[in-house]
Design a protein around this ligand. Structure first.
Ligand code: ADP
Ligand code: MG
Length: 231
């Protein structure tokens, strides 16, 4: 909790109310699993971090001015070690092409998550002036806008509230192993919902938060992307 406070305060010092994957530690601090990785500010650092991860990586531009990174070519999945340097430069060029004066904090180098065995879900929060913090859970990734399959609860939620959210969505059978797929780790999902509930209860300054995707696999969950607004 102390660590989470520091992360939010450092954002305030940077004079921004929008945070992205550079605040991933916020989730770590609340026990929501994230892939290994970090934000670096040079091609050399990117190479070093990729070497530590020891496999192909995902690289993403980190900028408070870029909300949908993949829309501007700001996400490269499956980058082999020998392409990490060039990819760093490419991502920065694409960001500059999109917005010449975009503030660029660096590039995130992240461990690959196995999407084949996983399902992309979304876990988010919107603070409603009347009802308070509304937690949203649903199908994520590219399906978010198309299917609009989600459900909402007011935080804080109990374990059974959280479990009920999983039951609520129409794609529940997808999570539970439709079409010969292995069922995802439901307990890990329920725990993630409760941990986010705790985070937004502890920090009323967070007005909006989105983990999209939260990848659910048979072995647990991984928060792959993060966006939040503080006031
Ligand atoms: P944005 O939503 O800003 O475009 P994301 O970080 O969500 O950026 O990345 C876009 C998509 O790229 C994700 O929905 C996912 O399909 C894929 N992706 C991102 N990070 C990873 C990762 N670590 N492993 C595998 N796929 C990833
Ligand atoms: Mg995303």
């Amino acid at each position: 909790r102390e660590r989470a406070r520091e992360i939010l305060e450092s954002a305030t010092r940077r004079d921004t109310n929008r945070l992205g994957v550079e605040a991933m530690e916020l989730l770590d601090a609340y026990g929501i699993p994230t892939p290994a990785g970090g934000v670096v500010s040079s091609p050399t650092e990117a190479e070093e971090l990729a070497e530590d991860i020891g496999d192909d990586v995902v690289m993403k531009i980190v900028s408070p001015d870029i909300l949908h990174k993949s829309d501007i070519g700001g996400v490269e999945v499956g980058v082999p070690p020998e392409e990490v340097r060039d990819t760093y430069e490419d991502l920065v060029v694409r960001a500059r092409n999109y917005q010449r004066d975009a503030a660029i904090l660096g590039v995130q180098v992240q461990e690959m998550v196995d999407l084949d065995s996983g399902t992309e879900t979304i876990l988010g929060m919107n603070r409603d002036p009347q009802f308070g913090p509304l937690l949203l859970f649903g199908l994520g990734g590219i399906f978010v806008e198309v299917l609009e399959d989600n459900t909402v609860r007011v935080a804080p939620v109990s374990e059974s509230d959280a479990r009920g959210m999983l039951d609520d969505i129409e794609s529940a059978p997808l999570l539970r192993g439709a079409r010969g797929r292995d069922p995802v780790d439901e307990d890990a999902l329920v725990e993630a919902v409760q941990r986010l509930s705790q985070l937004v209860t502890d920090f009323p300054a967070i007005v909006e938060l989105d983990i999209n995707p939260l990848v659910a696999t048979p072995d647990g969950v991984q928060a792959v992307d993060l966006r939040l607004t503080i006031d």
